[in-house]
Each structure stands twice: as structure tokens, then as C-alpha cells.
Write a protein that binds this ligand. Sequence first.
Ligand code: ACM
Length: 694
Amino acid sequence: MKVVAGGAPTQHAIILRCAERETPDEAYDLLVSSEQVVISSTSVSGAFYATQTLRQLLPTAIEAREPVTGVDWVVSGVRISDAPEYAYRGMHLDVSRHFFPVSFVKQFIDWMALHKLNFFHWHLTDDQGWRIEIKKYPRLTSVGAWRSGTVMGHTLGRDAQVDGVRHGGCYTQDEIRDVVRYAQDRCITIIPEIDMPGHSSALLASYPEYGCRDGEYEVATHFGIFQDVLCPSESTFTMLKDILTEVASLFPGPYIHIGGDEALTTQWEHNATCKEVMAEQGLADVQELQQYFVARLDRIVRSIDRRTIAWDDILEGSRQSKMTVVAWRGEQRAIDAAREGHDVIVSPSAYYFDFFQSDAVDEPLAIHGLNWLKDIYEYDFMPEALEARHRKNILGAQAALWTEYMATEAAAEYMLLPRMCAFAEQVWSRSSERSWKNFVQRLRGHYRRLDSMGVRASRSVYNVRTITSLLPDNSLQVVLRSDGDNHSIRYTLDGSAPSLDSPLYEGPLVLSESVTLRTSAEDRTDGALYGDSRLRFVKHKALGCPVTFAHKPEGSWEGDPAKVIVDGISMIDGFFLHKDWAGFHGEDLDTTIDFGVTTRIGEVSVGFAAERHRRLYPPTAMHVYVSLDKHEWRRVAALDGIEVDTRQRELSVTFERTSVRFVRVVCENNARVYSHESRSMEAVSLYIDEIVVL
Ligand code: ACM
């Protein structure tokens, strides 16, 4: 199209003009008539967002990456007056855990722009790789940008396999400037994050003299929270000032993010320099040293004319400065920070896009947790408990893409989209204007748009969701649903994969025998099937029986651990953070089940989670005792010295059939595993799913 500056408005034109009356920043009007498209705003960003809306009104072929012919470029006649609800609409990308090239970062920025997001939080450094060229400290990228391999799967133990494939990469300063310009052209401000004083293994591998211990450091090949931290010495602050000064020279935006999350203080307790600094500064303990470290960083950032952002961990202890806080560890932190007068960006785990998107077994490996698209869409991040007068301190929200389990661009796209679309409406639209029903209908067209762009977006939104309840007769009622706009559900009970010939779900199912229920959602418009979702129900004698624990479990995330271990639902096909587990960290499972009446039993099986996440291990021994009166106990089975095999999911013992009232099941949790994070042997967690008694 021909572009003309100034001049009288003509027909058959897209006209961008400065609005006559003052409009709020980022607001715009868009008028599509039969003759013209008129965009008016008093801000560049407003005009930019109007063009994004116009893009979305055009046929999806507008997004094709090659010229297309034969399309009528028709736009509906509309008059739109639009403005964002929040000034901070952020998206985070971790390029340390896996490196993504400039071409991908630009795509990421394009997706943000299409969805009217305006702050890009670029997580540039972490234990697993330093990604930004710093001229004064070249080893940060020549050494710190490369690791010798990447842990495979979820296990963190000494026996965890590292793939041995060198991984890394970094952005030169020219590339950074190029990305900054690219983002500016799309009304996006980049916030660079240099994560300190924890998550610093890559820096320490490059310059060990800034650490708190002797010996070699390496760019981490595992994921987690490491003991190695920066030492709060003057030479460290000099180096950090050098680094942050170069960072500020590259990023013209107002903010620098200094991290501050998950910094462990153990090494500080034993380090001579730390003790000197504490004595000199009159600091009582390592928590105060932490505050001192963060305050020094804040001073450096302000001295180079930038504002400090940090994770909410910096709220611990006393504080003077009013840094902007990214509240990621629960709503209360956002409330506290806002009440204290900090500017707050809410980045709750509800917006962590590294979590699973559904509980279907065909989801790719993810960190843990589950964030269904509908739940993201409906999660209102503004804390209800926050008083109106403090609400202005909530600048907006941010979604996070941590990339531990995203080794490829395709994997990252799949986790990001369409969840970013749902998040974008949270920060842009008023809550009274948001409707899931409406969103999921519009999502169909939006999927075609993403397809046209070549984006590999997830369709897990349609996967089947399962709600169960154990009925008084110990059968299991199962309610199935899909969040889709036009989806039915097909299911099988014979273990086979559901197809369009499988029974159609028409109402709650009642399972009264052991069975595996497999479900998929069917799109009624084209017969496409979504998700391989499974529910394994085991009918057994302890179903619904009262259960007591000698050691209190950590919880089951959803529901009562005493109930979930005798609810008949086996999560062996599932993953740990979903529901249905009783967890014990470094403690044994020691549980007593009361059948209420004398019952004949001869077999006990325990299902557990292993390997699916950090340090989940099988039991090391299993003992079963029976009693008629809870006083005299008889041991009927024992498995001792069990070899730890993290692929195992179940232990089973049989014994001579006997009449009992109580059964006590003890699963010993004595495995110790080498932690790359603490550099020592550590206790592991036992996650018990079901105790099956037959
Ligand atoms: C974080 O998720 N460690 C900020």
C-alpha cells in the first residue's frame, strides 16, 4: 500500500491520525466505514494497538508469511473505543535454561505485540547459562554461556542422567540493541534481568573469585536452587556495577531487574569475608546481609539512572527502598507489598506457562503443576482482599515462560500459546467484559490466525477434565467435561483409545469395578479428537475407610491426604502436583486403616510417584501389620532392602488370607540422594497415591 504523510483524508484509505481530544495513554478509536478505516489516538502506542485490532479484524490470511492471492480483504464495519485496564502487561522469557536465538526472541515479541502486551521481562542469566555479552567480563559468555550437558527428565539425583550435549549461546551487544529497537517499534519495553545473588552459577563458573567457596564452579547441568551464591565483597559490587552499567547502556527502558529470588544463605554463614562485612555494617545475621546485598544493588541501579525491579523474595526482613516487586509466591505477597507502598507486578503461579496444560498422558514433559487455559482466563490477579486505596500500586501482571523443559522453539510455542492469549485479556480487558464462553468461541478464529502465522499452538484447552467422587457404596462417580465451545466426549472402559465409534458421554458415569476409563474430547464441527486422558479406578477393600498417619503428610494439593490414598484412583498415569497424593519429605509413610468390621485380606499394594519431579523416590522398605483390636499386631509381610528403581510405580505383597479389623502399612523412606544444588546427600520425598487392599 502507498503511504502518504499529511494531506486531506481520502476515500479507500487507512488513516492514522492524532486524536483531537486527549485520550488516555495507549487508548485508541477505530472506525471502519464503507469508505475508510480511521485510527485515532493521542499516543503512538494507541495507534499501534489500533493496528493490531485491525490485523485481527482482517481475514486470517493476513498473517500468512508468504504473499497470498484470491482473498477479499474485507473488514467488518465497526466503531471501537478501546483502552487497557492495566499499564503493565508483561511477558517473561527464560533464555538461560534453554537458549533461544534472536529470531525466536523477535517472534516472541511479535506475539506479544499482537496481544497488546507491553513489557518484556528478559531473564538473561541463571545457573544454567549467562546470555548477554559484557565487554568488560568476556568470560561471562565465553565460559558462562555454555554448559556441558542437560539433565534428562525430572530426577535430580547423582544417578540422574545428563545428556552430555554441550548447550548454550549468547546475544552480542549488537544483537541486544537490534532486539531493543525491534521491541520499541512494537511499543514494548524490555526489562533485562540479571539474577543475583543466587542463581549465579554461570557467573561463578566464569569468575570464581566472586563466590563464597574455594574450588571449581560449573555452569549448572541440572535445574534447581543451588547453594552457590555471590559473595557480598566490595570487589563483587564493583563488578556488578560494571555489568549493570553496560546493561543500562543497552536497554533504554526505565527498569533493571536484579532477581533476588531463591538466594540461599548457608555459604554466607561460614565465609570469612561475609563475617567481616556483617561486622563492618553492623548486620545481625545473614538475612540482614541479604537485605544489605539487595540494597547495594538497588543503589547501583539508581546511580545509573534506572529503577530496580526484584522478585518478592526481597521483601523478607527490613527494607527502606521502594523497589518494584514482582509478586510470584502467592497473593499475600502482592497484598503486603502493595500495602507497604511498593509498585507491584503480579506474576502468580496461575500464570506460569511451564506448568502442564492438561492432565492427558500425551502432554509433553513439564515442570509440574497444571494450569488449564480456562483457569488462566478466569484467574483475576487483583487480590480481592486489597483495599481500594492500595490497588493503584498493582501496576499489572506478568506471565512467565520458564524453559527448563522446553528445549526447542516448538516446545516453547506450544507452552506459550494460546495461554498468552488468555492472559492478555486479563491485563487488557475489564473483568466485567470477560467471558470464557465468548473467549473460547473467538479462540477458534484465533487458532486459524496462529496457524496462518505458522505457530504451533496447543489445543489442550479441549482435553477432557475429570471430577470424581467416591459414593457411599464405594463406587466412583465420574463427571467429565471439556472447556471447549462445541465439544462432546468419547470414552472407553476396555483400555482402548477412544475413537468416534466409542460411546458418547451423556452424564455422570459410575464405576463399580476396577477399570481404566479413557476419554477424548470430540470437536462436533469436524470430528477431531483431543487428548488421551486416563483414569484408573481400583476397586478394593480399603475404599473410603478411615485412615490415620503416624507422621503428618505434607498435603495432597487438592483434598485430604487421608482420603485420597483410599479413593480408588490410581495416579500412576498422572503426575505429582495434580491431585491425589500424600507426600512425606524425609519421613516414612506409617498409616493405619480401619475397616470398621472384620475383613479378610491377603494382598496390599502401594502406588507411589517416582521420578516425575525433584527427588521423588520409591520406598526403601515396606512392612504390613494386621490387628483385630489395634493393640496386638502381627507382621504379615515385609519387603526389605528394596533397590531404588525410579521407574517403578508400585510395590505389592501377598500373604496368607487372614481376618483383620486394622491394617498398618509402613513404607520406609530412607533413600538419600546426592543434591547438585546443596552439594550433599539429602532426604527424598515419598508421594503415596493409593493403598490397595485386596
Ligand atoms: C521464580 O520463579 N524463581 C521467580
